[in-house]
Design a protein around this ligand. Sequence first.
Ligand code: MF3
Ligand code: CO
Length: 265
Amino acid sequence: MIIHKTDEEIELIRLSGDVLGRAHAEVAKCIKPGVKTSHLDKVAYEFISDHGGYPSFKGYKLKKSTPYPASLCISVNEVVVHGIPDEYELQDGDIVSIDCGVCLNGYHSDSAYTYAVGNISEEKERLLRVTLESLFKGLEMAVSGNRIGDISHAIQSHVEKAGFSVVRELVGHGVGKMLHEEPEVPNYGKRSTGPKMLEGMVIAIEPMVNMGKKNVLQEKDGWTIRTADRKPSAHFEHTVAIKKGKPDVLTTFKYIEEVVKVKNG
Ligand code: MF3
Ligand code: CO
């Protein structure tokens, strides 16, 4: 069942998304060679708690998994998603995806951003750019009367035109009182298929894009998903409402972008 949201609920998700955007920026400030991913997780946990929220992922169970142990999913290079923060120190040339959810006043928001650590290869730069562009191609399709497959198709065609591949096993999702609601939002598919989008739907769109082949594997920890060919993967995510017929993005990269701009001089 797809749960449509009232305007008031959409505003609550936007408030949750604002805290989330600012938590991401606090993490972004710390991203540099030598920092432990567990430190980034601590920064996010403290910022979210200090602002009256709860990190949506902490303790969350996906299917029959063990409860997720952290506030962030931190996925470096060939890790696609669900990397668990640990003692790894980021290195110059890495790409690192930071995925985070906030629950505030009973409503979740969910977003992810992939960063360059120091100087990265041109091919990694292109992977980040194409993945971010594909998210916006998907967001543009989140209008009343379109179907979920229109989002999926827009993402897949942009990614494949660039010579990259789309992960099949993980998908976007509805967002609201629960982190994961219906519908599923795949990053591949056919136009004019799937559930119809209507006023008040709130969904997370989250393309996961591999530089090499689309296949992924799960590590023995029961969470970490990596590419089968160990080539890099990128991930960007926004939570978006269909409001007045159009996409209304409820999470934000504006705080992140301010930090990234200052870092790049
Ligand atoms: N953004 C991811 C998703 O929506 C994060 C989920 S991680 C979990 O699937 F820990 F919460 F499961
Ligand atoms: Co998500």
